[in-house]
Design a protein around this ligand. Structure first.
Ligand code: MN
Length: 250
C-alpha cells in the first residue's frame, strides 16, 4: 500500500503533539504551527490529508484552507478541527469548503478511526468496543487507555507530564493576571487549560477551568477567584495522581 502523509496544522503545542503521536501510529505526518507554514509545506510536498485547526495566529484555518486550494497543487481532503463549534456546525464547515469537521477535545480512538477512514486504511487492533465509559473524576480512564493503546507508557506519561508543566506555567500566569485585573487574558489562559484537560481526560480540571472561564467572561470576580483556588488544588491532586507509578501501569 502506498504510504500516505498527513499534514497537521495546529498552533497549540499539546494538541499538536497529541495528534502527531496518534497519527504516527498509522501513517507518517508533518506538522505546521500556523497557516503560513502550512502553505509553504503545501507548495513543497504532496499530502493525502490535512487536519486544519480553525483558530490560528496570523491567518485563520478557513483562510488557510481556501489559500491551500487556490494557491497550491494539493487536492486532498481538508478536515476542520475546532473547539469553538457545536456538532451541528458540521454543515457550516462543509459549506465553506472543508471535507469534514472534528470537534475538540478529540477522543483518541474515534480520532484515529476517522483518520483511517479518510486514508482508506484498515485498522487492525481497534476491535475493543466498550460503549459504557465510566469517566473517572481525576483522569478519564477511557481517554487514558485509548492513548495507551497506540503509544508506549513512557510516551503517554510524557504527554501528561507536559500537561502538568504547562498547567504550572499557566496557573502562575493567571495568578499574576488576577493581580493586574486582566480578565480577558485570564479567560484566554483558562480556555487553553480547558482545551488541554478536555483532550487528556483530566475531568475535574476540565470542569473547573470551564466554569472559571465563564466567570472571567461574566466579570464575576468572587466566583472566579474561588474557582482559580480550586484549580490550583486540583492541579496538585492531578500532579500527585500521575506521579503514582500505578497510574501508568497497563
Ligand atoms: Mn488554535
Amino acid at each position: 500500500m502506498k504510504t500516505k502523509t498527513v499534514l497537521i496544522v495546529e498552533d497549540n503545542n499539546l494538541n499538536r503533539k497529541l495528534y502527531e503521536s496518534l497519527i504516527a501510529q498509522v501513517t507518517p505526518c508533518v506538522s505546521a504551527k500556523n497557516g503560513i507554514q502550512a502553505l509553504s509545506y503545501c507548495l513543497e510536498s504532496k499530502f493525502d490529508l490535512i487536519l486544519m485547526d480553525i483558530q490560528l495566529p496570523q491567518i485563520d484555518g478557513i483562510t488557510t484552507m481556501r489559500r491551500i486550494r487556490k494557491e497550491t497543487p494539493q487536492n486532498c481532503p481538508i478536515i476542520a478541527i475546532s473547539a469553538f463549534a457545536k456538532p451541528q456546525d458540521r454543515a457550516k464547515f462543509i459549506n465553506i469548503g472543508f471535507d469534514e469537521f472534528l470537534l475538540k477535545p478529540i477522543k483518541p480512538k474515534d480520532f484515529l478511526l476517522f483518520i483511517e477512514n479518510f486514508l482508506h486504511e484498515q485498522c487492525g487492533n481497534s476491535s475493543d468496543q466498550n460503549p459504557t465509559n465510566q469517566a473517572d473524576l481525576i483522569l478519564d480512564r477511557d481517554t487514558f487507555s485509548q492513548l495507551s493503546k497506540f503509544n508506549n507508557t513512557q510516551a503517554v506519561k510524557a504527554v501528561y507530564d507536559d500537561f502538568v508543566l504547562e498547567m504550572d506555567t499557566l496557573t502562575k500566569l493567571i495568578h499574576q493576571l488576577l493581580q493586574e485585573g486582566n480578565l480577558e487574558e485570564i479567560a484566554k489562559n483558562l480556555h487553553t487549560i480547558k482545551g488541554n484537560s478536555g483532550t487528556l481526560g483530566a475531568n475535574t480540571i476540565y470542569k473547573i477551568s470551564s466554569e472559571a472561564e465563564q466567570f472571567a467572561l461574566d466579570h464575576n470576580w468572587p466566583q472566579l477567584e474561588e474557582a482559580i483556588q480550586m484549580l490550583n488544588c486540583e492541579k496538585k491532586i492531578f500532579e500527585e495522581y500521575i506521579k503514582d507509578e500505578k497510574t501508568f501501569e497497563p
